[in-house]
Design a protein. Sequence first.
Length: 472
Amino acid sequence: MSTAGGTVVAVDLGATSGRVIVGNVGSDTLETSTVARFANDPVRVSDGLHWNILGLYGSVLDGLREALRDDVASIGVDSWAVDYGLIARSRLLGEPFHYRDERTTRGVEAVHASHPHEALFARNGLQFLPFNTLYQFAAEDRSVLRLAEHALLIPDLIGYWLTGQARTERTNASTTGLLRADTGEWDADLAAALGIPQHLLTPLISPGETLGSLTAEVAASLGAPRTAVTAVGSHDTASAVVAVPMASGDAAYISCGTWGLVGVEVDRPVLTDAAREAKFTNEGGVDGRTRLLRNVMGLWILSETVRGWQREGHEIELADLLAAAADVPGPVAVFDVDDARFLPPGDMPARIAAWCEEHGVAAPQSRAEIARSIIESLAQAFADAAHEAGRIGGVDVRVIHIVGGGSLNELLCRRTADRAGVPVLAGPVEATALGNILVQARAAGLVSGSLEALRDLVARTHEPRRYEPGAR
């Protein structure tokens, strides 16, 4: 690896918050500093639930203004998947819809009328999720879709505004349902069959390639030079998996935040009936790897539960709630966290109680019991998905890595280890930003080597916390 070292900037946009993070990288150095952190709150208007993308972009610019005070080699952008903005004559045609908006139901019906999931999986290798981009396109207002010249996924939209270049990064493109799993290229035949204009799908770009430089106007507004913008694993999970410090081929990973993305890394897509029936998805990874994973509902259920209590006027400290949950004696209900009722915002405790009643299970009563029930249910779902991913992907899972915000949840990590029967290695928390930073750093020549070399740098600079099954 290079020993010179240098600085890059990661724009990391999550479903509830965003950050601009400066990374200092060298052969034995991987340091980060958060220069901006901001909320990402959706807005409900008359036609549905939308992202406030212009407000989000404004916050990104504010963060970059601070980050670019120093000499920076490049900028990279990652975000959540599937959602997009429509562009015509360089203008945004309305704020992007949120993937939790109810419109996706009619999109599923329209697509499956001619292309059932079994047929789609053979082409795109994706788990059925009602909000995948092809379903959103099918639910789109046809008159608006006809006006559009490009459809840009969220990180590509930010990149377009920064550089003027309309491209689609491959790892995020793989979540749309419109990328062929076997070739890694746009599925023009499927798009045509679904009435999706081909010109909406912009040319593909791979992680590590240069998207462009900041436009003169953007650079001037930031008081910065025309810094390069580098494509990274722009799907946040793709970036997170880059920074999972896996040291051998016997590991599963869980990128845990709003969602829990549970899987293994394989060399090529697994398009078997077993993978489809087990609800696994094949998403693109950096360096042509495949992320064979299952989308599990994640900490969304807990965070939405806490928000509901807070809206009722209760003061809830998450640390205190989890401490009380850890002290709950005896077993609590373990429910199916992937039941569709838990996808939209709303009263999660009432939905948990309804699920328990339907399945003849005693529902949790106190706040501590509800929180413990959520943690136990997530831990069981994580354990099951990790082992099943290994079975389907041909990986003998002997350790599970948890990265992202969920790695700070000691109760969740401990109970996942207990229920999986294998050690859990927790951290790094900032895996998504680190993966973003590492891909940029390698492209800029600050470090070199394979994904394994990058992960070794993570392991040497961010030692994970180990949870043994059965330990207390």
